[in-house]
Design a protein around this ligand. Structure first.
Ligand SMILES: [Fe+2]
Length: 137
């Protein structure tokens, strides 16, 4: 599957989140390109960067949810953790040579699109409401 570029339709309206999501998409495309070019060293390096950034982004999003008292923060965190476990399993498959970095990028992008359009959009709306309320105070 070909990785798509970032689509502004996926924006959730919260700058920190949208910026992170855009960076994640860039790293996904770089992983795919290196993997397709047969440059395993580069693909693995970008994949590592991608995994690190994903972890950092999840923590930032979770802190944002806490700060705004988001009511579904626990469920959302659970979604993040489930993804981290799935990617962990795929990394083992990668080590065994059963899959290539492109496969992980494809899986992660598919997951991200669904997650952003669902759970993250909901977070974005709640934070926007919370910020609006704070501004009116
Ligand atoms: Fe999220």
């Amino acid at each position: 599957m070909l990785i798509m570029e970032w689509n502004p339709a996926l924006e959730v309206g919260i700058d920190e989140m949208d910026k992170d999501h855009r960076i994640l998409f860039e790293l996904l495309i770089r992983t795919q390109d290196a993997s397709d070019a047969g440059d395993r060293g580069e693909a693995m390096a970008v994949l590592k960067e991608l995994a690190g950034y994903t972890e950092w982004h999840f923590a930032r999003e979770e802190a944002l949810m806490e700060r705004h008292g988001y009511e579904f923060a626990a469920e959302h965190r659970e979604e993040h953790q489930r993804l981290a476990r799935q990617v962990g399993h795929m990394m083992t498959d990668l080590d065994h040579g059963h899959i290539v970095p492109h496969d992980i990028a494809t899986f992660l992008q598919r997951w991200l699109i669904g997650h952003i359009a669902g759970a993250d959009r909901h977070v974005g709306e709640a934070i926007a409401r919370s910020r609006q309320k704070a501004a009116l105070r």
